[in-house]
Design a protein around this ligand. Structure first.
Ligand code: GDP
Length: 424
């Protein structure tokens, strides 16, 4: 079946952007289904590095229809900026970018709330990107949210914005002692955004279901990763949407029986941004080295990422919750120079061995990884063009990962260029 969901199987930043870019070549539609401009996909085309936060990476291929689904939350200002950025790079968005009328809209008060909550309640600091994503989803679930279609209706927007400001301004005043927001200013600004974005708005659920019926090839691109999923991640250190494969259905209106394949992207090691437990985190020296070689700094915030060994317990869990059919392993080249590699095969907690990912966060905070060691290959893989030409120890390492996560390996990436991709 021609619909594929691609998800991050760790804590995000697995290199999904590159794999989506490679797979998008064979797709007709590329769909974002959750998150907002807290995501950051980096795609390298020739000497150009293009960073996208909201627009699906498929936009880099002409004639692909790119869809921002209902499950995404949109900051219109960021969206318009990104549209201008993409056009400046010579990429057309007219006719090939569609935005769901049902997607919820981020307002400046969401962004301020995001920052104030992080600053104010330091004990529960999540390490968010401060883009207002969480507070926007909060409003969505509180049934107070404002959707893209509302920006086209003066009366509806007025009513909803007034109600929201009544509540938000009281919070700003009483809890945070922060200046209030003016209705007139926001109302005028968001009506203007609505006029600008109107040509791109549509009923994406209808468009996508027609595409499915017509046998079109659809690629759903997940943002963030499995362990940042609001339900299946390391709660509360998670994002505020469903980054797992199920989110593709909810966030686009395409039903589960219409999904063909689910691919999980994993790094050949592990990284995570922000706070939260991370059992296989490297000691400082190795951390610096891998971070430098892997350029492990956030595409959205520039924050240094925490790095660690590959955690098979984590990815096995990801295989289960996403129903992974296969994995794509990225950034193998970053490990090229290491003499010995470790893989976490289980956790030890209170004298017990855990093969399965613990739901109890306290167990994860205190889990001691059980490692298996493998010899490194100590040579560059960047120029390799087929799996069989990889150094034998690199192949052994990859095959062991595949075995431990009990999921077929389909792709190996050994660099950020399109041609540094090995298909199995
Ligand atoms: P995403 O959010 O999952 O797309 O991850 P990022 O955008 O943070 O991508 C990670 C970075 O790694 C980007 O700069 C990519 O160009 C780069 N990248 C992707 N695959 C590889 C790879 O196999 N090797 C190396 N060295 N870099 C890669």
């Amino acid at each position: 079946m021609p619909t594929t969901v691609l998800v991050g199987a760790q804590w995000g930043d697995e290199g999904k952007g590159k794999i989506i870019d490679v797979l998008a070549k064979d797709a007709d539609y590329v769909v974002r289904y959750q998150g907002g401009n807290n995501a950051g996909h980096t795609v390298v085309v020739g000497s150009e590095e293009i960073i996208l936060h909201l627009i699906p990476s498929g936009i880099l291929h002409k004639e692909k229809i790119c869809v921002i689904g209902n499950g995404v939350v949109i900051d219109p200002e960021a969206l318009l900026k990104e549209m201008a950025y993409v056009e400046k790079k010579g990429i057309s968005i007219n006719g090939n970018l569609l935005i769901s009328e049902q997607a919820h809209v981020i307002f400046p008060y969401h962004k301020i709330l995001d920052k104030l909550r992080e600053e104010h309640f330091r004990k529960t600091k999540i390490g968010t990107t401060g883009r207002g994503i969480g507070p926007c989803y909060t409003d969505k679930f509180a049934r107070m949210g404002i959707r893209m279609a509302d920006l086209l209706n003066r009366r509806v927007l007025k009513e909803k914005l007034e109600t929201n400001l009544e509540e938000k301004n009281a919070i700003f005043r009483k809890v945070f002692r922060h200046p209030e927001f003016s209705f007139a200013d926001l109302y005028a600004r968001y009506l203007r955004y609505g006029r600008k974005i109107k040509p791109f708005l549509c009923d994406c659920t209808a468009v996508l279901n027609q595409a499915v019926a017509a046998g079109k090839r659809i690629l759903f691109e997940g943002a963030q990763g499995t362990f940042l999923d609001i339900d299946h991640g390391t709660y509360p250190f998670v994002t505020s949407s469903n980054a797992t494969a199920g989110g593709a259905c909810v966030g686009s209106g395409v039903g589960p029986t219409r999904i063909g394949t689910v691919i999980g992207v994993v790094k050949a090691y592990t990284t995570r941004v922000g706070e939260g437990p991370f059992p296989t985190e490297f000691p400082p020296r190795l951390m610096d080295e891998v971070r430098r070689r892997g350029k492990e700094f956030g595409a959205t915030t520039g924050r240094p990422r925490r790095c660690g060994w590959f955690d098979a317990v984590l990815v096995r869990q990801a295989a289960a919750v996403n129903g992974l059919d296969s994995i794509a392993v990225t950034k193998l080249d970053v490990l090229d120079h290491l003499q010995t590699l470790k893989i976490c095969v289980a956790y030890k907690y209170r004298g017990r061995r855990y093969e399965q990912f613990p739901a109890d966060l306290d167990a994860l905070w205190n889990a001691k990884p059980v490692y298996e060691e493998m010899p490194g290959w100590m040579q560059s893989t960047a120029a390799v063009r087929s799996f069989d030409d990889l150094p034998p120890n690199a192949r052994r390492y990859l095959r062991r990962l595949e075995e431990l996560v009990r999921t077929r390996m389909q792709i190996v990436s050994i660099g950020s260029e399109r041609n540094q991709t090995l298909f199995l």
